[in-house]
Design a protein around this ligand. Structure first.
Ligand code: NAX
Length: 344
């Protein structure tokens, strides 16, 4: 069983009055993020004016009314320095949304400014051991900007403790495979997402196995069971386009599943994956030929205490290798646009 701290942890959530924030806060306060023995203080950051007022009144009232035993304090603020002061864990959810007619490059530029400011605040006032998960899009490049300002020029954070979320894409892939094979999601192992959280992401089933039950020592390769054509024609388009499909179906974005993925991302990073693979965008140190220093999704295993390790020694087939080269080239392109915007 993973060890859990009994010490109070300060957890900062940005964009806390938004849709994902609303689906996230109550789960953090109930102990689902850091385990049932870890008391938490919530630091909620929102834009000034109506957003922070709604948070400070409505959401604060509801958090109070839950009487969560682990929730020791809630601070609602529009001051990044107050929100990140001494914080141990930060979920950066708030971001500038894509407006009508806005290109991805415009989105990158608008968000680079936000994450420069928040990264700077994190580097100056957060715990030097802070662990950060970036959810707000474009998540990988926002993580990179956060990292550059939180970890250099006096910033005290460690770039390896800053991550971006590809867990929703990962969960979507596992769920599709489990549905196709009519099994539970825990029967699917060694699936992963490589690269960027964008259309260029690379969902990879080439190492994925189906294990009937935990003690099944004869796992079957999933690709053989589901068939190549199903993977190409159904699986890949569904996983990559799932966000738009949810918006079309419910008239709103996938906030609950995104919040669930954020909980899973931080929970598993903090408490471990028991040898199972998950997908996380982490600081690239050149693994699998990825460009150094960008935030790239890899298959990882985690051990308690916020440790992750990229799964070593995997062989990519030619198609995956070429797709990986494209998605990492996109990360470099995004980096260049965002760096220019913030004077790097
Ligand atoms: P909402 O628009 O409902 O909420 C965003 C909130 O952030 C708003 O309340 C806004 O006031 C606040 N905000 C904006 N700028 C801020 C700033 N500088 N400081 C503090 N707060 C700020 O969006 P929501 O549905 O909650 O989505 C949030 C972000 O998650 C978006 O960028 C979205 O694209 C991204 N997603 C990322 C996913 C991933 O897999 N990485 C999946 C889900 C989601 O699409």
């Amino acid at each position: 069983m993973a060890s859990q701290s009994h010490e109070l942890k300060r957890v900062t959530v940005t964009g806390a009055a938004g849709a994902i924030g609303y689906a996230l806060l109550f789960r953090i306060a109930s102990g689902q993020l850091l385990g049932p023995n870890t008391p938490v203080e919530l630091r909620l950051l929102e834009l000034p004016g109506k957003p922070v007022e709604a948070l400070g009144r409505g959401v604060f009232m509801e958090l109070t009314d839950c009487a969560f035993p682990l929730l020791k304090n809630v601070i609602c603020t529009s001051d990044a320095y107050e929100a990140f002061d001494n914080c141990d864990v930060a979920l950066l959810v708030g971001a500038r949304p894509r407006g009508k007619g806005m290109q991805r490059a415009d989105l990158l530029r608008a968000n680079a400014k936000i994450f420069k400011e928040q990264g700077t605040a994190i580097g100056r006032v957060a715990s030097p051991d802070v662990h950060v998960a970036v959810v707000g899009n474009p998540a990988n490049t926002n993580a990179l900007i956060t990292s550059r300002f939180a970890c250099t020029a006096g910033g005290r954070a460690d770039p390896r403790n800053i991550t971006a979320m590809t867990r929703l894409d990962h969960n979507r892939g596992v769920a599709q495979l489990a549905q196709c094979l009519r099994c539970g999601p825990t029967s699917i192992e060694r699936f992963c997402i490589w690269g960027n959280h964008s259309d260029s992401m690379v969902p990879d089933v080439s190492n994925t196995v189906y294990r009937k039950h935990l003690d099944d020592d004869n796992p079957q390769p999933v690709a053989k069971l589901v068939g190549e054509s199903w993977i190409k024609e159904k699986f890949l388009p569904v996983v990559k386009k799932r966000g738009s499909a949810v918006i079309a179906a419910r008239g709103a974005s996938s906030a609950a599943s995104a919040a669930n993925a954020a909980i899973g991302h931080v929970h598993d990073w903090a408490l471990g994956t028991d040898g199972r693979w998950t997908s996380m965008s982490i600081y690239s140190e050149g693994q699998y030929g990825a460009p150094y220093g960008v935030y790239c999704s890899f298959p990882v295993t985690c051990t308690p205490g916020f440790n992750y390790k990229v799964v070593p020694g995997l062989k990519m087939d030619a198609e995956t290798e070429s797709a990986f080269a494209k998605t990492t080239a996109e990360l470099v392109h995004e980096r260049d646009i965002a760096f220019k915007e913030v004077g790097l």
